[in-house]
Design a protein around this ligand. Structure first.
Ligand SMILES: *Cc1c(COP(=O)(O)O)cnc(C)c1O
Length: 405
Protein backbone atom coordinates (compact mmCIF):
# COMPACT_ATOMS: atom_id res chain seq x y z
CA UNK A 1 0.00 0.00 0.00
CA UNK A 2 1.27 3.48 -0.86
CA UNK A 3 2.15 5.76 2.04
CA UNK A 4 -0.54 8.28 3.00
CA UNK A 5 -0.01 11.60 1.23
CA UNK A 6 -0.14 14.25 3.90
CA UNK A 7 -0.81 17.70 2.43
CA UNK A 8 2.32 19.80 2.93
CA UNK A 9 3.29 23.32 1.85
CA UNK A 10 6.18 25.71 2.31
CA UNK A 11 4.57 26.74 5.61
CA UNK A 12 5.03 23.18 6.88
CA UNK A 13 8.78 23.72 6.69
CA UNK A 14 8.65 26.32 9.44
CA UNK A 15 6.83 23.86 11.68
CA UNK A 16 8.76 20.63 11.18
CA UNK A 17 12.33 21.27 9.94
CA UNK A 18 15.30 22.36 12.06
CA UNK A 19 15.57 26.07 11.26
CA UNK A 20 19.05 25.94 9.71
CA UNK A 21 17.82 26.79 6.19
CA UNK A 22 15.70 29.55 4.72
CA UNK A 23 14.39 27.86 1.57
CA UNK A 24 12.66 29.66 -1.28
CA UNK A 25 8.93 30.24 -1.01
CA UNK A 26 8.00 27.64 -3.64
CA UNK A 27 8.25 23.86 -3.32
CA UNK A 28 9.65 22.02 -6.36
CA UNK A 29 7.85 18.77 -7.07
CA UNK A 30 9.18 17.67 -10.43
CA UNK A 31 12.20 18.14 -12.69
CA UNK A 32 13.21 17.21 -16.21
CA UNK A 33 16.50 18.30 -17.74
CA UNK A 34 16.98 21.95 -16.71
CA UNK A 35 13.30 22.61 -16.03
CA UNK A 36 11.58 22.29 -12.65
CA UNK A 37 7.90 22.59 -11.66
CA UNK A 38 6.49 23.62 -8.29
CA UNK A 39 3.34 22.61 -6.40
CA UNK A 40 1.25 25.11 -8.38
CA UNK A 41 2.59 23.83 -11.70
CA UNK A 42 4.71 26.94 -12.29
CA UNK A 43 7.80 26.20 -14.39
CA UNK A 44 11.36 27.29 -13.58
CA UNK A 45 14.65 27.11 -15.43
CA UNK A 46 17.27 25.67 -13.13
CA UNK A 47 20.61 27.49 -13.10
CA UNK A 48 21.31 26.29 -9.54
CA UNK A 49 21.78 22.61 -10.31
CA UNK A 50 21.07 21.67 -6.70
CA UNK A 51 24.32 23.56 -5.85
CA UNK A 52 26.51 22.03 -8.57
CA UNK A 53 25.02 18.57 -8.01
CA UNK A 54 22.60 17.74 -10.83
CA UNK A 55 25.34 17.97 -13.47
CA UNK A 56 23.25 16.06 -16.00
CA UNK A 57 20.02 17.86 -15.22
CA UNK A 58 17.02 16.38 -13.46
CA UNK A 59 16.00 12.76 -14.00
CA UNK A 60 18.50 12.09 -16.79
CA UNK A 61 17.15 8.93 -18.50
CA UNK A 62 20.46 7.04 -18.19
CA UNK A 63 20.71 7.79 -14.46
CA UNK A 64 17.05 6.89 -13.93
CA UNK A 65 17.70 3.61 -15.73
CA UNK A 66 20.78 2.89 -13.55
CA UNK A 67 18.76 3.69 -10.43
CA UNK A 68 15.89 1.44 -11.46
CA UNK A 69 18.08 -1.46 -12.56
CA UNK A 70 20.29 -1.41 -9.46
CA UNK A 71 17.24 -0.67 -7.30
CA UNK A 72 15.76 -3.98 -8.36
CA UNK A 73 19.06 -5.80 -7.89
CA UNK A 74 20.89 -4.86 -4.66
CA UNK A 75 20.84 -1.66 -2.59
CA UNK A 76 23.09 -2.17 0.37
CA UNK A 77 25.54 -4.66 1.76
CA UNK A 78 27.64 -2.59 4.26
CA UNK A 79 31.40 -2.74 3.98
CA UNK A 80 31.47 -6.14 5.61
CA UNK A 81 30.92 -7.22 2.00
CA UNK A 82 32.15 -5.50 -1.12
CA UNK A 83 30.06 -5.00 -4.26
CA UNK A 84 30.50 -4.80 -8.02
CA UNK A 85 29.30 -1.20 -8.65
CA UNK A 86 31.76 0.16 -6.04
CA UNK A 87 34.64 -1.79 -7.54
CA UNK A 88 33.76 -0.63 -11.06
CA UNK A 89 33.33 3.02 -10.01
CA UNK A 90 36.63 3.00 -8.10
CA UNK A 91 38.43 1.45 -11.09
CA UNK A 92 37.02 4.12 -13.41
CA UNK A 93 37.92 7.00 -11.06
CA UNK A 94 41.45 5.64 -10.83
CA UNK A 95 41.70 5.30 -14.61
CA UNK A 96 40.53 8.91 -15.03
CA UNK A 97 42.75 10.60 -12.41
CA UNK A 98 46.07 10.64 -10.50
CA UNK A 99 44.61 8.27 -7.93
CA UNK A 100 45.38 4.65 -7.10
CA UNK A 101 43.00 4.14 -4.17
CA UNK A 102 39.45 5.24 -3.42
CA UNK A 103 37.39 5.57 -0.24
CA UNK A 104 33.64 6.04 -0.68
CA UNK A 105 31.35 8.02 1.60
CA UNK A 106 28.01 9.79 1.31
CA UNK A 107 28.66 13.52 1.38
CA UNK A 108 31.33 16.10 0.74
CA UNK A 109 31.93 16.62 4.43
CA UNK A 110 32.50 12.90 4.95
CA UNK A 111 34.94 12.67 2.05
CA UNK A 112 36.83 15.65 3.50
CA UNK A 113 36.69 14.23 7.02
CA UNK A 114 38.34 11.09 5.63
CA UNK A 115 40.87 13.21 3.72
CA UNK A 116 41.90 15.25 6.76
CA UNK A 117 42.07 12.19 9.00
CA UNK A 118 44.17 10.39 6.40
CA UNK A 119 46.56 13.35 6.09
CA UNK A 120 47.14 13.37 9.86
CA UNK A 121 47.31 9.60 10.12
CA UNK A 122 49.83 9.37 7.29
CA UNK A 123 52.01 12.03 8.91
CA UNK A 124 51.87 10.29 12.29
CA UNK A 125 52.80 6.92 10.78
CA UNK A 126 55.48 8.07 8.33
CA UNK A 127 56.89 11.05 10.17
CA UNK A 128 55.80 12.05 13.67
CA UNK A 129 52.62 12.38 15.72
CA UNK A 130 53.53 16.06 16.14
CA UNK A 131 53.27 16.64 12.40
CA UNK A 132 49.62 17.62 12.65
CA UNK A 133 49.32 21.22 11.47
CA UNK A 134 46.77 21.80 8.71
CA UNK A 135 47.01 24.97 6.65
CA UNK A 136 43.72 26.12 5.13
CA UNK A 137 42.29 29.35 3.72
CA UNK A 138 40.02 32.23 4.63
CA UNK A 139 36.60 31.80 3.04
CA UNK A 140 37.30 28.13 2.32
CA UNK A 141 34.42 25.71 2.76
CA UNK A 142 34.80 22.00 3.44
CA UNK A 143 31.55 20.83 5.04
CA UNK A 144 29.74 20.87 8.39
CA UNK A 145 31.24 18.15 10.56
CA UNK A 146 33.22 19.65 13.43
CA UNK A 147 36.58 18.86 11.80
CA UNK A 148 35.60 20.06 8.32
CA UNK A 149 33.88 23.19 9.58
CA UNK A 150 37.00 23.99 11.60
CA UNK A 151 39.25 23.58 8.55
CA UNK A 152 36.80 25.81 6.67
CA UNK A 153 37.74 29.47 6.76
CA UNK A 154 34.51 31.14 7.83
CA UNK A 155 34.41 31.30 11.65
CA UNK A 156 30.67 32.07 11.58
CA UNK A 157 30.09 28.42 10.63
CA UNK A 158 32.19 26.97 13.46
CA UNK A 159 31.58 29.47 16.28
CA UNK A 160 29.46 28.14 19.10
CA UNK A 161 30.46 24.51 18.53
CA UNK A 162 33.74 24.55 20.43
CA UNK A 163 36.11 23.22 21.60
CA UNK A 164 37.31 22.96 18.02
CA UNK A 165 39.94 20.53 16.69
CA UNK A 166 43.34 22.12 17.19
CA UNK A 167 46.38 22.88 15.04
CA UNK A 168 44.52 24.35 12.07
CA UNK A 169 45.87 27.62 10.65
CA UNK A 170 44.03 29.90 8.20
CA UNK A 171 45.72 32.31 5.80
CA UNK A 172 44.46 34.41 2.86
CA UNK A 173 43.61 32.53 -0.34
CA UNK A 174 45.87 33.08 -3.37
CA UNK A 175 48.58 34.49 -1.08
CA UNK A 176 51.66 32.29 -1.31
CA UNK A 177 53.74 34.45 1.02
CA UNK A 178 51.14 33.99 3.75
CA UNK A 179 51.48 30.23 3.37
CA UNK A 180 55.29 30.45 3.43
CA UNK A 181 55.06 32.36 6.70
CA UNK A 182 53.21 29.56 8.50
CA UNK A 183 54.33 26.32 6.87
CA UNK A 184 56.92 24.26 8.74
CA UNK A 185 58.01 20.66 9.16
CA UNK A 186 55.13 20.07 11.58
CA UNK A 187 52.68 20.75 8.77
CA UNK A 188 50.91 17.59 7.59
CA UNK A 189 48.70 19.13 4.89
CA UNK A 190 47.57 22.14 2.94
CA UNK A 191 43.84 21.95 2.21
CA UNK A 192 42.49 24.04 -0.65
CA UNK A 193 39.61 24.33 -3.12
CA UNK A 194 40.98 24.97 -6.63
CA UNK A 195 37.94 27.20 -7.06
CA UNK A 196 36.46 28.47 -3.80
CA UNK A 197 32.74 27.87 -4.23
CA UNK A 198 30.84 29.01 -1.15
CA UNK A 199 33.55 31.62 -0.59
CA UNK A 200 32.49 33.61 -3.66
CA UNK A 201 33.44 31.55 -6.77
CA UNK A 202 37.12 32.46 -6.58
CA UNK A 203 39.58 30.45 -8.67
CA UNK A 204 43.10 29.83 -7.41
CA UNK A 205 45.82 31.27 -9.62
CA UNK A 206 48.20 28.90 -11.39
CA UNK A 207 51.20 30.35 -9.51
CA UNK A 208 49.41 29.83 -6.20
CA UNK A 209 48.53 26.18 -6.86
CA UNK A 210 51.99 25.37 -8.21
CA UNK A 211 53.54 27.20 -5.26
CA UNK A 212 51.46 25.16 -2.81
CA UNK A 213 52.61 21.95 -4.48
CA UNK A 214 56.23 23.03 -4.14
CA UNK A 215 55.86 24.07 -0.49
CA UNK A 216 54.19 20.73 0.32
CA UNK A 217 57.09 18.87 -1.27
CA UNK A 218 59.67 20.93 0.61
CA UNK A 219 57.99 20.19 3.96
CA UNK A 220 56.79 16.64 3.34
CA UNK A 221 53.21 17.81 3.66
CA UNK A 222 50.29 16.55 1.60
CA UNK A 223 48.37 18.67 -0.89
CA UNK A 224 44.68 17.99 -0.26
CA UNK A 225 42.33 19.34 -2.92
CA UNK A 226 38.68 19.76 -2.06
CA UNK A 227 37.00 19.28 -5.44
CA UNK A 228 33.56 18.62 -3.98
CA UNK A 229 32.17 21.56 -5.95
CA UNK A 230 34.79 22.07 -8.69
CA UNK A 231 35.07 18.44 -9.75
CA UNK A 232 33.15 16.07 -12.02
CA UNK A 233 33.32 18.23 -15.12
CA UNK A 234 32.17 21.50 -13.54
CA UNK A 235 35.33 23.35 -14.66
CA UNK A 236 35.35 21.90 -18.17
CA UNK A 237 37.86 19.22 -17.17
CA UNK A 238 36.92 16.17 -15.12
CA UNK A 239 38.75 17.70 -12.13
CA UNK A 240 39.87 21.31 -11.83
CA UNK A 241 43.44 20.35 -10.82
CA UNK A 242 44.00 19.43 -14.48
CA UNK A 243 43.93 23.17 -15.29
CA UNK A 244 46.88 23.84 -12.98
CA UNK A 245 49.59 21.38 -13.88
CA UNK A 246 49.69 20.07 -10.31
CA UNK A 247 49.01 16.61 -8.93
CA UNK A 248 47.34 16.37 -5.54
CA UNK A 249 48.09 13.74 -2.89
CA UNK A 250 44.48 13.50 -1.78
CA UNK A 251 41.33 14.73 -3.53
CA UNK A 252 37.72 14.76 -2.39
CA UNK A 253 34.74 14.66 -4.74
CA UNK A 254 31.00 14.63 -4.03
CA UNK A 255 28.20 16.93 -5.24
CA UNK A 256 27.96 15.98 -8.95
CA UNK A 257 29.54 12.55 -8.44
CA UNK A 258 26.11 10.92 -8.14
CA UNK A 259 24.32 13.45 -10.34
CA UNK A 260 21.93 14.06 -7.45
CA UNK A 261 22.18 10.76 -5.60
CA UNK A 262 24.20 11.14 -2.38
CA UNK A 263 27.69 9.69 -2.80
CA UNK A 264 31.23 10.98 -2.32
CA UNK A 265 34.75 9.74 -2.70
CA UNK A 266 38.23 10.44 -1.44
CA UNK A 267 41.02 9.64 -3.88
CA UNK A 268 44.65 9.10 -3.00
CA UNK A 269 47.84 7.23 -3.87
CA UNK A 270 48.98 3.71 -2.92
CA UNK A 271 51.78 5.09 -0.74
CA UNK A 272 49.47 7.27 1.36
CA UNK A 273 46.68 4.69 1.46
CA UNK A 274 49.08 1.98 2.61
CA UNK A 275 49.37 3.54 6.08
CA UNK A 276 45.75 2.62 6.78
CA UNK A 277 44.47 -0.82 7.74
CA UNK A 278 41.09 -2.47 8.47
CA UNK A 279 39.18 -0.71 11.24
CA UNK A 280 41.12 2.58 11.12
CA UNK A 281 38.32 4.41 9.30
CA UNK A 282 34.93 3.44 7.88
CA UNK A 283 31.27 4.07 7.16
CA UNK A 284 28.09 2.00 6.97
CA UNK A 285 26.61 3.36 3.74
CA UNK A 286 29.74 4.55 1.93
CA UNK A 287 30.19 2.78 -1.38
CA UNK A 288 26.79 1.14 -1.36
CA UNK A 289 25.84 -0.52 -4.67
CA UNK A 290 22.87 1.76 -5.40
CA UNK A 291 24.86 4.99 -5.06
CA UNK A 292 27.85 3.59 -6.94
CA UNK A 293 25.79 2.27 -9.85
CA UNK A 294 24.28 5.73 -10.37
CA UNK A 295 27.65 7.46 -9.98
CA UNK A 296 29.20 5.06 -12.47
CA UNK A 297 26.52 5.99 -15.01
CA UNK A 298 27.09 9.70 -14.31
CA UNK A 299 30.87 9.38 -14.66
CA UNK A 300 30.52 7.49 -17.94
CA UNK A 301 28.56 10.40 -19.40
CA UNK A 302 30.43 13.32 -17.83
CA UNK A 303 33.90 12.01 -18.61
CA UNK A 304 33.45 12.32 -22.37
CA UNK A 305 34.80 14.87 -24.81
CA UNK A 306 31.25 15.83 -25.84
CA UNK A 307 30.15 16.83 -22.34
CA UNK A 308 33.45 18.36 -21.17
CA UNK A 309 33.98 20.48 -24.28
CA UNK A 310 30.35 21.59 -24.17
CA UNK A 311 30.99 23.20 -20.77
CA UNK A 312 33.15 25.97 -22.25
CA UNK A 313 30.66 26.90 -25.01
CA UNK A 314 27.85 27.05 -22.45
CA UNK A 315 29.99 29.21 -20.18
CA UNK A 316 30.55 31.64 -23.06
CA UNK A 317 26.80 31.90 -23.57
CA UNK A 318 26.28 32.71 -19.88
CA UNK A 319 29.14 35.20 -19.75
CA UNK A 320 28.02 36.97 -22.93
CA UNK A 321 24.52 37.37 -21.50
CA UNK A 322 25.88 38.59 -18.15
CA UNK A 323 28.13 41.12 -19.87
CA UNK A 324 25.20 42.43 -21.92
CA UNK A 325 23.18 42.85 -18.75
CA UNK A 326 26.12 44.56 -17.07
CA UNK A 327 26.54 46.95 -20.01
CA UNK A 328 22.91 47.96 -19.55
CA UNK A 329 22.69 48.15 -15.76
CA UNK A 330 26.29 48.63 -14.51
CA UNK A 331 25.82 45.73 -12.17
CA UNK A 332 28.93 43.59 -11.74
CA UNK A 333 32.45 44.30 -10.56
CA UNK A 334 33.65 40.88 -11.72
CA UNK A 335 32.43 37.86 -13.68
CA UNK A 336 34.59 34.91 -12.70
CA UNK A 337 34.92 31.20 -12.04
CA UNK A 338 35.69 28.36 -14.39
CA UNK A 339 33.46 26.38 -16.73
CA UNK A 340 29.91 26.23 -15.44
CA UNK A 341 30.74 27.47 -11.97
CA UNK A 342 30.16 31.16 -12.59
CA UNK A 343 30.25 33.98 -10.08
CA UNK A 344 28.99 37.48 -10.84
CA UNK A 345 30.11 39.85 -8.08
CA UNK A 346 27.79 42.81 -7.49
CA UNK A 347 29.26 46.30 -7.57
CA UNK A 348 29.57 48.05 -4.16
CA UNK A 349 26.42 50.11 -4.83
CA UNK A 350 24.46 46.84 -5.11
CA UNK A 351 26.21 45.06 -2.22
CA UNK A 352 23.98 42.84 -0.10
CA UNK A 353 21.37 42.42 -2.83
CA UNK A 354 22.23 38.84 -3.90
CA UNK A 355 19.42 37.32 -1.87
CA UNK A 356 16.84 39.84 -3.19
CA UNK A 357 17.91 39.02 -6.73
CA UNK A 358 17.55 35.30 -5.96
CA UNK A 359 13.99 35.80 -4.77
CA UNK A 360 13.10 38.03 -7.72
CA UNK A 361 14.59 35.45 -10.09
CA UNK A 362 12.42 32.72 -8.59
CA UNK A 363 9.37 34.92 -9.11
CA UNK A 364 10.36 35.28 -12.80
CA UNK A 365 10.85 31.52 -13.08
CA UNK A 366 14.61 30.97 -12.84
CA UNK A 367 16.51 29.28 -10.02
CA UNK A 368 19.93 30.74 -9.21
CA UNK A 369 22.31 30.72 -6.25
CA UNK A 370 24.28 33.22 -4.27
CA UNK A 371 27.73 32.80 -2.72
CA UNK A 372 27.72 35.18 0.19
CA UNK A 373 25.71 38.39 0.13
CA UNK A 374 27.39 39.98 -2.89
CA UNK A 375 27.94 37.24 -5.46
CA UNK A 376 25.35 35.69 -7.80
CA UNK A 377 26.33 32.09 -8.55
CA UNK A 378 25.34 29.91 -11.48
CA UNK A 379 25.97 26.14 -11.35
CA UNK A 380 23.64 24.70 -13.98
CA UNK A 381 23.56 21.29 -15.60
CA UNK A 382 26.64 20.67 -17.74
CA UNK A 383 24.32 19.62 -20.56
CA UNK A 384 21.81 22.46 -20.24
CA UNK A 385 20.19 23.26 -23.60
CA UNK A 386 21.37 26.58 -25.13
CA UNK A 387 17.69 27.55 -25.52
CA UNK A 388 17.24 27.08 -21.76
CA UNK A 389 20.23 29.33 -21.08
CA UNK A 390 18.75 31.98 -23.37
CA UNK A 391 15.29 31.83 -21.82
CA UNK A 392 16.66 31.64 -18.26
CA UNK A 393 18.95 34.63 -18.77
CA UNK A 394 16.02 36.64 -20.16
CA UNK A 395 14.07 35.83 -16.99
CA UNK A 396 17.11 36.68 -14.87
CA UNK A 397 17.46 40.07 -16.60
CA UNK A 398 13.81 40.87 -15.84
CA UNK A 399 14.34 39.94 -12.19
CA UNK A 400 17.43 42.13 -11.85
CA UNK A 401 15.68 45.10 -13.45
CA UNK A 402 12.81 44.74 -10.98
CA UNK A 403 15.15 44.63 -7.97
CA UNK A 404 17.09 47.69 -9.12
CA UNK A 405 14.09 49.79 -10.13
C1 LIG B 1 29.37 21.45 -0.69
C2 LIG B 1 30.79 21.40 -0.31
C3 LIG B 1 31.26 20.59 0.75
C4 LIG B 1 30.32 19.84 1.66
O1 LIG B 1 29.61 18.84 1.01
P1 LIG B 1 28.32 18.20 1.74
O2 LIG B 1 27.87 17.14 0.79
O3 LIG B 1 27.35 19.29 1.95
O4 LIG B 1 28.81 17.63 3.03
C5 LIG B 1 32.61 20.52 0.97
N1 LIG B 1 33.48 21.20 0.21
C6 LIG B 1 33.08 21.99 -0.81
C7 LIG B 1 34.10 22.70 -1.63
C8 LIG B 1 31.73 22.12 -1.10
O5 LIG B 1 31.33 22.94 -2.09
Amino acid sequence: MAADKLAVTRATFDEVILPVYAPAQFVPVKGKGSRVWDQQGKEYIDFSGGIAVTALGHCHPVLVEALKTQGETLWHTSNVFTNEPALRLASKLIAATFAERVFFANSGAEANEAAFKLARYYASKRHSPYKSKIIAFHNGFHGRTLFTVSVGGQPKYSDGFGPKPADIVHVPFNDLDAVKAVIDDHTCAIVVEPIQGEGGVMPATVEFMQGLRKLCDEHQALLVLDEVQSGMGRSGKLFAYEHYGVTPDILSTAKALGGGFPVSAMLTTNEIASTMSPGVHGTTYGGNPLACAIAEAALDIINTEAVLSGVETRREQFVTALKALDAKLDLFSDIRGKGLLIGAALKPQHAGKARDILNAAAAEGVMILNAGTDVIRFAPSLVIEPTDIEEGMARFAKAVEKVLS
